[in-house]
Design a protein around this ligand. Structure first.
Ligand code: HEM
Length: 407
C-alpha cells in the first residue's frame, strides 16, 4: 500500500519524536494538508485553528466509518493500530439521531453540576495518592506513573463501577494501549483482554448493581432493550474508560511538567494570584493532551481552507497543532498561564465536544493544587527537553515525568 501514497504527503511520525516541530511543519504546509499516518493510511490533516473549528462543525464531514472509501476498499491495513477507535460502536463514530441517543444516555453524569458533586471524591483520591507518594521522598519518582496515571483511573473506575481490586490488571492493559504504535499484534491482544475485563465488569454489575454508570446503562439495556444493544453497552463503558483516562493523565502530566519548567508562573498559582484553572486552560492550548484525533470522512466533496477534500476521504483533527497556531494566539509557543486563552479547541467543538470536559478540568485543577501544595519543593529530576514522548499519534505527552519531591 505504501507505494500508492502520494510522494508529496507529509509523513506523520507515529513515534512523535518532535511533535511541536512536526506541528510547525504541518501548519506551515497549509490549513489542510495531505498526510500519511502510520499504517500507512492517507488522510487530510487539519492543522490550523480556524480550519479545525470549521471542520469540526462541517455538515459534510461525518464520523461514520461507512463514508471512508479507503476502508471500504480494503486499503486500510486490518491491523491498523487506530482501528479500535474508528470501528467503536459508540457516540464517537455516530452522527445525528444515533449520536444523540447514545450521548443522552450518559450526558447527565458529566454535567458541571454532577461533576461538582465529585469534588470531595477526587480530592480524597488525590490526597491518598500524595500520601503514598511521600513514601518515595526525596525522589526521584515518576510523577506520571504514581500520580497523573492513578488519579483519573481511580475516578473513572469509581464512575463505571470497576472494583478497586481489579486496578492492577488494568494498569498492565492501559499501559500497552498508550503505546499503540509499538507492536500492532501486542496492542490488539491487549485490547481483547481489556474487552474481556470490561465484560466482567458488566457481568458483575448485572449481578450486583451499584450506584455507578455501568449499572445505570445495564438497566436501560435490560428494561428497554431497543434503546441500547449489548455491543453498544460494552463499547460505551470502554469508550468512557479509555476517553476519560489517558487524556486526563496527559493533561495532568503536561501541566505539571510545564509548571515545573516555569517557576515564576507556578509561584503566582501557589500564592493564589492566579487560579489553577488558568494553568489547566493554558496547558490544554499549549500542550494539547490529544495530538491527532481520527477520523472524519467527506460525505461529498468538501472545500476547506482552500483545499478540495474528495468524497470518501478521511480527515484527521490536529488538536496539538491548532493550539499553537500563531494566527490565532499571540506568542503561541510560550506557556503563559497568566494570560490563558479565552477559548481553545482541545476538547473539540460542536456536536462531538468532549463529554468529559468538566470532569477533566475539575480533576486537573484538584490534582495540581493538591500536588504543589503537598510538595512545596517539588522540582524536575532532569532537563524537561530530554523526556521521551508517548509513541502514538493520538496522544501528546511524555512517558515518564521524573521529579524530586524534596524532603
Ligand atoms: C470527545 C478531548 C477527557 C469522554 C473528545 C474530543 C476531544 C476530547 C478533542 C473530540 C474528538 C473529536 O470528535 O474530534 C479530551 C481531553 C480530555 C478529555 C483533552 C482530558 C484532558 C475526557 C473524559 C471523558 C471524556 C474525562 C469522560 C469519561 C469523551 C467522549 C467523547 C469525547 C465520550 C466523544 C463525544 C462525542 O462523540 O459526542 N474529548 N477529553 N473525555 N470525550 Fe474527551
Amino acid at each position: 500500500a505504501a507505494a500508492r501514497l502520494r510522494p508529496d504527503r507529509i509523513v506523520i511520525d507515529g513515534r512523535m519524536r518532535d511533535v511541536h516541530e512536526q506541528n510547525e511543519r504541518l501548519r506551515r504546509a497549509g490549513p489542510v494538508v495531505p498526510v500519511e499516518l502510520p499504517g500507512p493510511v492517507r488522510a487530510w490533516a487539519v492543522t490550523r485553528n480556524d480550519a479545525l473549528q470549521a471542520a469540526l462543525v462541517h455538515p459534510d464531514l461525518s464520523k461514520e466509518l461507512r463514508h471512508w472509501a479507503d476502508w471500504a476498499d480494503g486499503r486500510v491495513p486490518r491491523d491498523w493500530p487506530l482501528s479500535n477507535i474508528v470501528t467503536a460502536q459508540s457516540m464517537i463514530t455516530k452522527e445525528g439521531a444515533e449520536h444523540r441517543r447514545l450521548r443522552a444516555l450518559v450526558n447527565k453524569a458529566f454535567t458541571a453540576r454532577h461533576v461538582d458533586r465529585l469534588r470531595p471524591r477526587i480530592a480524597h483520591h488525590a490526597a491518598a495518592l500524595l500520601d503514598a507518594l511521600a513514601g518515595h521522598a526525596p525522589g526521584p519518582v515518576d510523577l506520571r506513573l504514581h500520580y497523573a496515571y492513578p488519579l483519573p483511573r481511580n475516578v473513572i473506575c469509581e464512575l463505571v463501577g470497576m472494583p478497586e481490586t481489579w486496578h492492577a490488571d488494568l494498569h498492565k492493559l492501559t499501559d500497552s494501549l498508550i503505546r499503540v504504535t509499538d507492536d500492532a499484534d501486542y496492542a490488539a491482544s491487549r485490547m481483547g483482554t481489556l474487552r474481556e475485563l470490561f465484560a466482567e465488569v458488566i457481568d458483575l454489575r448485572r449481578r450486583e448493581p451499584g450506584d455507578d454508570l455501568t449499572s445505570a446503562l445495564i438497566a436501560v439495556r435490560d428494561e428497554e432493550g431497543r434503546r441500547l444493544t449489548e455491543r453498544e453497552l460494552h463499547d460505551m463503558v470502554m469508550t468512557l474508560f479509555i476517553a476519560g483516562h489517558e487524556t486526563t493523565i496527559n493533561l495532568i502530566t503536561n501541566a505539571a511538567r510545564a509548571l515545573l519548567a516555569h517557576p515564576g508562573e507556578l509561584a503566582r498559582l501557589r500564592s493564589g494570584t492566579l487560579p489553577w484553572s488558568a494553568a489547566v486552560e493554558e496547558t490544554l492550548r499549549w500542550d494539547s493532551p490529544v495530538a491527532y484525533f481520527p477520523m472524519r470522512y467527506a460525505v461529498r466533496d468538501v472545500d476547506l481552507g482552500g483545499v478540495r477534500i474528495g468524497a470518501g476521504d478521511a480527515v484527521v483533527a490536529c488538536y496539538a497543532a491548532a493550539g499553537r497556531d500563531g494566527r490565532r494566539y499571540a506568542d503561541a509557543d510560550r506557556f503563559r498561564p497568566s494570560d490563558p486563552p479565552a477559548d481553545h479547541l482541545s476538547f473539540g467543538h460542536g456536536e462531538h465536544f468532549c463529554l468529559g470536559a468538566a470532569l477533566a478540568r475539575t480533576e486537573a485543577e484538584i490534582a495540581l493544587e493538591s500536588l504543589f501544595t503537598a510538595f512545596p519543593d517539588l522540582a524536575p529530576a532532569g532537563p524537561s527537553e530530554g523526556l521521551e514522548p508517548l509513541a502514538t499519534p493520538l496522544s501528546n505527552s511524555v512517558r515518564t515525568l521524573p521529579v524530586m519531591l524534596g524532603s
